[in-house]
Ligand binder design. Structure first.
Ligand code: ZN
Length: 380
């Protein structure tokens, strides 16, 4: 297969540059090595298979690895030197700025040809780089770096508080609930099943390897689908609200670390807030993070402290009589707290229209996997 060959030529080139770097025994400027590329290609015609910017990018990869290593050393970590890459250890090659085209679900790569791709998300903006990645399972992915002009959105005069929780994925201050995507839960079950199967196979056997590849594939699907879900969810809130309030996860983690072992859920929340954060910035929206202290317990109607055990799902206030879903109450508190902190007065909340979009997240958005095709997701 062409791409495998290209990947391996990139690996050899990487090793060659690393060898030169080690031989020099001093800091070798980047352009000294880059200047060698033309004569190298003449000497090893196999390098012709690699597109020119991809060759240059190999050098860039090496220098960024060296830089990373230096950083670790400076921070006092004991670290060896950079190692040569064995067969199969090179995972990516990169087309930078040119040599690629995306037309109607096909990716064209100069020197390689064109191939079908499955886009997990629509590509918006100018693609400035395509990273071709080979996963552990042997499947190929194309990752597009996209340059988007930050598009400032018009004001909506709407604000929202979000409560991230384990029961459902998220509850907002309008009382809308977003569930964990059903397809994700199903995939997670499948993952467990495949993992158990792998453990039963004999270590080092071919069957074990085959089963491990299956596990890796399910992992990849989960990661992609989760990112896709979080992208859509964060996009929805940024598009529809000027002011978004969430809990400060750093503080929340500190409070909950004593009894909450669901780190995986936490890491998805961090990703979600990251996405909200850069999308909000790009669109000129405000994302406020508040201390989660008492947001669950306090009454959003009158402010009284109403203690609830974790399994009590309904907030009932003895002081003012307010009865509502526990997480809905929390989301309102999060919004109020954030507004207090920015010194603004909360306006009357007008009832908002229900958006059907919310119910559609992750419900079978991905068609059946096509063996051998290239999967793609856009980053940006
Ligand atoms: Zn109350």
């Amino acid at each position: 297969m062409r791409m495998l060959e290209v990947l391996d030529e990139c690996r050899k080139l990487y090793n060659y540059f690393l060898g030169e770097w080690k031989k020099a025994n001093k800091v070798l400027p980047h352009y000294d090595l880059q200047a060698q590329i033309p004569s190298l290609v003449r000497e090893y015609p196999a390098l012709e298979k690699v597109y020119s910017t991809a060759r240059q990018y190999v050098l860039w990869q090496l220098y960024s690895n060296l830089k990373g290593l230096r950083g670790l050393k400076q921070r006092g970590r004991k670290i060896g030197s950079l190692r040569f890459k064995k067969y199969g250890r090179m995972k990516t090659f990169v087309y930078n700025k040119c040599g690629f085209k995306v037309i109607n679900n096909r990716l064209y790569l100069s020197k390689i040809g064109d191939m079908p791709i499955k886009l997990h998300r629509k590509i918006e903006g100018n693609v400035k780089q395509v990273i071709i990645k080979r996963e552990q399972s042997g499947r190929w992915f194309a990752i597009f770096s996209v340059e988007t002009e930050a598009e400032k959105l018009g004001t909506t005069d709407k604000m929202i508080g979000l409560d991230l929780n384990i029961e459902v994925y998220l509850t907002d201050s309008n009382g809308e609930e977003v569930d964990h995507p059903h397809t994700l839960l199903k995939l997670e079950e499948k993952l467990k099943k495949e993992q158990r199967k792998a453990e039963k196979k004999k270590k080092g056997s071919k069957n074990r390897l085959r089963q491990s590849n299956k596990v890796a594939k399910v992992h990849e699907r989960i990661t992609n689908r989760r990112r896709d879900f979080l992208h859509k969810l964060s996009r929805y809130y940024v598009d529809n609200y000027d002011f978004i309030a969430v809990e400060d996860l750093a503080i929340k983690k500190m409070i909950e670390s004593s009894y909450n072992s669901k780190n995986k859920v936490d890491s998805a929340w961090s990703t979600f807030i990251q996405m909200l954060s850069y999308k909000a910035e790009g669109a000129g929206r405000t994302l406020a993070k508040v201390d989660p202290k008492n947001t669950t317990q306090n009454c959003s109607g009158c402010g009284s402290y109403v203690y609830k055990q974790i399994w009590i799902r309904t907030h009932k206030c003895p002081a003012c009589g307010l009865v509502m879903d526990r997480d809905h109450n929390a989301a309102i508190n999060i919004l109020n707290k954030a507004l207090k902190e920015v010194g603004s007065v909360r306006p009357e909340l007008t009832p908002v229209e229900m958006r059907p979009l919310l119910q559609n997240f992750g419900s079978g958005a991905c068609p059946a996997e096509e063996a051998g095709s290239l999967h793609a997701l856009a980053v940006g």
